[in-house]
Ligand binder design. Structure first.
Ligand code: ZN
Ligand code: ZN
Length: 645
């Protein structure tokens, strides 16, 4: 552009020159014509905009306005970007007012950028007002409004704008649909939008496909997600990421992993987003070996916080705290998520003191703790039975960190109080929750029920069990437990009525199931299921082991008070609880130095807990069991849970 200007001969064409200049800087025709001084002001303004010097640019802009001049559209777009990026609301509004002052009509794309700016400031009213005032709107303008509302989760507005857009006969593009898909609030809506996508011929676009897969996964429709995935030859990472993420989110880790392997075979490199999804899938399954293999791919992305946080979480969830600690110490950057994950991971795995020590360190040299951090801290206190410390953190979290205690924090405190046998204080906290209208969730009621079981408080146990059954009337475990409590308190009629209801409903207890990973394969053991190829060897080995343990003083704990087992099931079945089979299989197949890691679908029973403690001591092994509620690290005859779970 400048070359054109300088090549113009000055004496002949000053007028032409100024015309050109005006068109370039979009000067209005009636602006003063004293060229050099004003081009200087305009140039200065442009310079400050490109340098992203907001105060100077705004000053220069005021100077322009005083002289009735206008800067270039490109300079204004830089300025609006700068305001948006710096969340400069006041300056952004000044730019907006300047652009429409004196009847000036800025270019459409600048107005669209202003709408986007207001949306980013969450000033949706201002965005919509500007939108309404615009003389014309293109697909970008419409899409900006739709994504304005979609991001703010005001779904009906986003969809309303789509309808208006179609009525205005503006054809949506891939960005429009990606935003609309995020705003869908139900499956039928999603299918309608899908039809629209096909109608506008956008079904092969990678971004639309990936957004479609995400949307179907969100509503749990994995078969539709797979159909979208398979419709075209998949030539893009984005789509692979979505489909792997879809299965990982829906807790189908096996399928997520098999897709991950397929993707690698198809020659796609494992990138950050895929690795993050896959690690999440592994965490769900506690497939430690596979997690370690993925770790190898993660190494080259040491600056990717989200990915490294997922790695940390995977090691914590798989119960490999040594690896987790190492990963944490080697992280290049750590944010509040990293710290919170590590604190919660330590706490859940029974290393409460370490969790609290890490929290103290965080207070000194880490980021400001958030809601989740405090859940981890209180969990650590409840796990270790640190009553005074727990109260102290709980009562000070609002004052010190500005965090209002929520449902989870109350849950931890109720757990802590229940464990200490202070059931009255726990009930007081329950009342406090009711006043605050953050009603206890089912986990808290289960916690309380567990405590009543240990501390033999039948009245409170019945109350808690009823609360649980109100939310989950078909929870067989709680039904059985409640009827056992009735029997213990000689309330035969209540017990019989409850059992009758259970019979009528055909309720049966979910069979216990345990998993163990050996040679990169998951071996599942289900109560009374003899399908494992080595089950005969395992049972022989188990019987021998029990004989040995009896010699060391082991007595099967059949009288575990208020256990949610059917009475008649108790004696003969204790011996073949799935976690015992899994532990024995682990003893038989894993080398002496490796940790036996078992995952169980139900809460571990008192007998299996005792069994695991004694086996750990007798066989000099470390056994980690992750049950429905928490982790148990068995070592040298003790468990990290301190016999409370
Ligand atoms: Zn058991
Ligand atoms: Zn334990």
């Amino acid at each position: 552009m400048y070359q054109n200007f300088t090549s113009v001969k000055p004496n002949v064409s000053k007028r032409v020159f100024l015309q050109l200049l005006r068109s370039y800087y979009s000067l209005p025709a009636n602006s003063p014509q004293n060229g050099s001084k004003f081009t200087h002001i305009i140039d200065e303004f442009g310079k400050f905009c490109y340098q992203k010097d907001l105060p100077k640019a705004i000053n220069a802009m005021k100077c322009l306005e005083n002289h009735g001049l206008w800067g270039s559209s490109v300079a204004y777009s830089e300025l609006i970007k700068c305001c948006t990026y710096n969340k400069a609301i006041k300056e952004g509004k000044i730019v907006h007012n300047h652009l429409i002052s004196n009847g000036h009509k800025p270019k459409l794309f600048l107005l669209t950028m202003l709408i986007n700016m207001y949306a980013k400031f969450n000033l949706l009213g201002d965005a919509e007002k500007l939108f309404d005032e615009m003389p014309e709107r293109n697909v970008v303008t419409w899409t900006t409004m739709i994504s304005a509302y979609s991001n703010a989760k005001i779904r009906h507005k986003a969809l309303e704008f789509l309808v208006l857009m179609l009525r205005d006969q503006v054809a949506p593009n891939m960005y429009t649909f990606s935003s609309v898909l995020r705003a869908c609030d139900g499956l039928s809506m999603l299918r309608e939008v899908h039809c629209g996508i096909v109608k506008y011929g956008l079904e092969s676009d990678v971004f639309v496909r990936s957004a479609l897969i995400d949307a179907y996964a969100k509503w749990g429709e994995l078969s539709d997600a797979v159909t979208v995935f398979e419709e075209f030859v998949t030539g893009d990472m984005v789509v692979w990421n979505s489909i792997i993420g879809a299965f990982a989110q829906n807790s189908d880790g096996n399928e997520a992993l098999s897709l991950f392997k397929k993707m690698k075979r198809a020659g796609f490199p494992a990138k950050q987003a895929t690795l993050t999804s896959t690690l999440r899938a592994v965490s769900g399954l506690t497939l430690l070996e596979l997690g370690r293999q993925i770790h190898v791919h993660v190494l080259k992305y040491d600056k990717d916080l989200i990915l490294n946080n997922a790695l940390l979480d995977m090691y914590c969830k798989c119960g490999d705290l040594d690896a987790a600690r190492l990963a944490f110490s080697q992280m290049v950057d750590r944010d509040v998520v990293s710290w919170s994950t590590m604190i919660a991971g330590l706490a859940q795995n029974g290393f409460s003191k370490d969790a609290l020590a890490l929290f103290e360190k965080m207070k000194v040299s880490g980021p400001t703790p958030n809601y989740i951090t405090m859940v981890g801290v209180l969990f650590a206190c409840s796990h270790a039975g640190l009553l005074d410390q727990g109260w102290c953190y709980f009562r000070s979290m609002k004052k010190v960190f500005g965090i209002e205690p929520g449902r989870e924090h109350y849950g931890c405190m109720i757990d802590l109080l229940s464990r200490a046998g202070k059931l009255d204080d726990a009930v007081k906290l329950l009342d406090e929750m009711n006043v605050k209208k953050c009603e206890p969730d089912i986990v808290t009621w289960r916690t309380l029920l567990g405590a009543c079981r240990v501390h033999r408080n039948s009245d409170l146990a019945i109350y808690a069990a009823k609360q649980i059954l109100e939310v989950e009337p078909d929870d067989v475990g709680t039904c059985v437990l409640l009827s056992n409590i009735y029997e213990n308190s000689q309330r035969w009629e209540d017990s019989m009525a409850l059992r009758k209801t259970m019979r009528e409903k055909g309720m049966k207890k979910e069979p216990g199931c345990s998993w163990i990973e050996v040679d990169k394969k998951i071996h599942a053991f289900t109560f009374r299921d003899l399908s494992h190829p080595r089950i005969q060897d395992i049972i022989v080995e188990l019987n021998e082991l029990i004989m040995k343990l009896r010699g060391a003083g082991y007595v099967p704990d059949t009288e575990f008070i208020l256990q949610d087992l059917e009475r008649e099931q108790k004696e003969d079945s204790l011996q073949y609880h799935s976690e015992k089979l899994a532990i024995v299989f682990g003893l038989m197949s894993l080398p002496k130095e490796s940790i036996i890691r078992v995952k169980k679908n139900l809460r571990i029973c008192g007998d299996c807990h005792l069994f695991a403690k004694l086996v750990a001591k007798l066989e000099k092994r470390v056994i980690v069991i992750r049950d429905q509620v928490r982790y148990h690290h068995f070592q040298n005859g003790t468990c990290s849970c301190g016999d409370y779970w």
